[in-house]
Design a protein around this ligand. Structure first.
Ligand code: SPV
Ligand code: MG
Length: 430
């Protein structure tokens, strides 16, 4: 038996070449189709459904059987199918491909079989198809609906803060691969705190929407992952309805608005500064107006509850969650600034006991001890790392500035900086 796995939504010359090489080995040809959850994590977001990908591969002449491969690693395949040959393109250069190769080799040692490497087909036509797929993924109508799909596909949507094209690229492209596991972020958060801080302004809804949208555009131009926008309080309801339409048109997947009113201050101040929570009625009306203005089905308006931040208690938080879901909210974000995650978990458990499906969003900035896996166990669907990239960048930049001022030259700091060769080649040209 010959086995190969495809994680693609388009069959091109390169794939047909692999099929040809498989046929040369003789025997039954079984082709795996990588399942959705692994596609989104390790490859790109599929533009057609898993079933459609199965049908696509079935339609290739010479394929005897198609199976769904449920994991990027081949353990299950070896255990269930005992293939004599694993055929794979020789595109092993990245760390993650090396991790996969290592996995196949260790399984061959244990179960037997042979790895057959086929020269990877690189030609302008295939490169063009790749670019077109990438383009398609970045288009508003494709990008927008991806968050809702992700919530159904992955255990928890891992979302990282971005505030520029560069940070967008970082979140888009960073893949960790430690020889055993491979991982990357699923989505991006355009934080009001980081967007404001990056512009040298306080996080008080001072940076206007035009400027916030400009940040989104910068990120969108160079990425494909879905975007969740921090909409602060949403502003006046009469303004919020326009914001919803603009975000939808841009291809943003969700806006999160918080139930505060008057001058908004950052939640992590808690009760140290004066902050006023909107009434349930007032905020429900804003959510309902936003949902009414929305034109596409896939955009999400997520209600953020500040009761725990403002020490109004668990019952108030739960009452608000019920009311905001009733008003049409597509998700609930619950926030806390405690170091321990206890109150967040209590909210999640109690909300989940009465509501099985409305997505829950959390931002573990202060309760950072909790892992994604634990959060998922308590029913959390989206975990947002809301400010870590900016907090990493500032001390590093300040350190460089101080070193230059101290030494009256840049030599001392140079070893801590990205090499010049790397910075000039960091951004690919078309
Ligand atoms: C942000 O990132 O701007 C947020 C999350 O709203 S927090 O800063 O924790 O309020
Ligand atoms: Mg904010």
């Amino acid at each position: 038996m010959v086995y190969t796995c495809f994680c693609t939504d388009i069959i091109h010359e390169g794939h047909l070449n692999i099929i040809n090489e498989c046929k040369k080995l003789g025997g039954k040809l079984v082709v795996g189709v990588l399942c959705d959850s692994e596609m989104v994590r390790y490859n790109r977001f599929p533009t057609i459904s898993q079933q459609e990908r199965v049908e696509l591969v079935k339609s290739i002449a010479g394929v005897d059987e198609v199976v769904v491969q449920n994991h990027i690693f081949y353990d299950e395949i070896f255990e269930n199918l005992h293939p004599d040959y694993i055929v794979h393109g020789n595109n092993w250069s990245s760390d993650s491909m090396q991790t996969i190769k290592k996995n196949i080799e260790s399984l061959i040692e244990k179960h037997g079989g042979k790895l057959v490497e086929v020269p990877y087909t690189r030609n302008p036509d295939i490169q063009k198809i790749d670019r077109q797929m990438h383009e398609k993924l970045s288009m508003p109508e494709f990008r927008r609906g991806r968050l809702k799909k992700l919530i159904n596909i992955v255990p928890i949507v891992k979302t990282c803060e971005v505030h520029s094209g560069l940070t967008g690229l970082l979140v888009e492209k960073t893949v960790v691969s430690n020889g055993e596991a491979i991982d990357q972020f699923d989505a991006m958060w355009v934080s009001s705190l980081c967007d404001s801080t990056e512009k040298g302004k306080p996080d008080i809804e001072l940076v206007d929407m035009t400027s916030r949208f400009r940040t989104i555009e910068d990120v969108m131009e160079v990425t494909t992952k879905p975007i969740i926008f921090d909409g602060d309080t949403g502003g006046l309801t009469e303004h919020f309805v326009y914001t919803v339409r603009s975000l939808e048109r841009m291809g943003v997947s969700a806006v999160i608005i918080e139930d505060k009113t008057g001058l908004k201050k950052n939640s992590l101040f808690g009760t140290e500064v004066e902050q006023t929570q909107a009434s349930i009625e007032e905020f429900s009306a804003k959510i309902a107006a936003g949902k009414n203005a929305q034109l596409s089905d896939d955009f999400m308006i997520i209600a953020r509850i500040e009761s725990l931040i403002l020490e109004k208690g668990m019952e108030d938080a739960l009452a608000r969650a019920r009311a905001f879901v009733k008003a049409g909210a597509d998700g609930i974000m619950i926030h806390s600034r405690r170091k321990e995650p206890d109150e967040i978990l209590e909210f999640c458990d109690r909300f989940r006991a009465e509501n099985k499906k409305t997505p829950i969003v959390v931002v573990p900035s202060s309760f950072n001890v909790i892992t994604e896996e634990e959060l998922a166990k308590h029913g959390v669907n989206i975990c947002i790392y809301a400010n870590q990239l900016l907090r990493a960048a500032f001390p590093a930049m300040e350190n460089a500035a101080r070193s230059i001022l101290t030494h009256h030259r840049a030599k001392e700091i140079d070893s801590e900086l990205m090499p010049i060769k790397q910075i000039i080649t960091l951004i690919d040209e078309l």
